[in-house]
Structures are given as structure tokens and as C-alpha cells.
Ligand binder design. Sequence first.
Ligand SMILES: [Zn+2]
Length: 138
Amino acid sequence: MTSTTLMSDTALLDAAREVAHRAYVPYSHFPVGAALIDGEGHLVTGCNVENAAYGETICAERNAITTMVAQYGAQRISAIAVIGLKAAPCWPCGACRQVLREFQCERVIVEGPDGEPLSLPFEKILPYSFGPEALDEE
Ligand SMILES: [Zn+2]
């Protein structure tokens, strides 16, 4: 799915909800979808994909991010929307927050308890974070 137009937070959540229905979740029965807009305006989606070896499970957010890199070579994320079909809000887990940080994610959108989009700047969900610039040699 490709788009170079700006999307509303509601439309981004709708894209996340759509892909969540394709989640492979035979163990947790907890489908999650993520939809991101990369730095060039591409829309990329991902769902969680579980595995019988539980540790090999990949979250919806990281699935979308790896797809973004593979499809577009993008290295920035303007915004990501996350939907859990059985929980609202459904915030990214710690591992996904770190991976979002790698790609300078600017904003995270979840569905609030009232069904309305809830948007936060990324620094609010991962303050004092470790990132690539920490490895820069001076
Ligand atoms: Zn995660």
C-alpha cells in the first residue's frame, strides 16, 4: 500500500485496524496492527506475527518498520498508528519503542478509550532514550 498524501490520524488508525485483521496470533489471540508514514510520505502497514517458539514473534510495529526499510529504504518515521483489536489504547512495547527511536519517529497515535485518536510526541513515550548519535565518535 502506497500513499504520498498526508493522512489524518483517524485514517492512519483505520489502516492499522485493517491490517490487524490479518494478524497471525494463534497463541495470544491479541491482534495488533500498525500503520506508519515514513519521512517521504509513504504509508506502510504491519501486523503481529506469532511463532510456536514465542520469542520469534514480531510485533506489528517492527513488522511495519522492517517493511518500510525493505520497500522504500526509508530511515525516518513521521508518525505511527497502533491498534489492538482487543485493547484501547494499545501502546507500543518497549522493544518497539527502541526500534521506533532508531528511525527518529516523531509521533505515536493510538486509539483512546473513547475511540478517538490519541497522539503523543515520541519523546513522551521514550524519554531519555539511547539512539544512534550516542555511537558517534567525536
Ligand atoms: Zn512491540
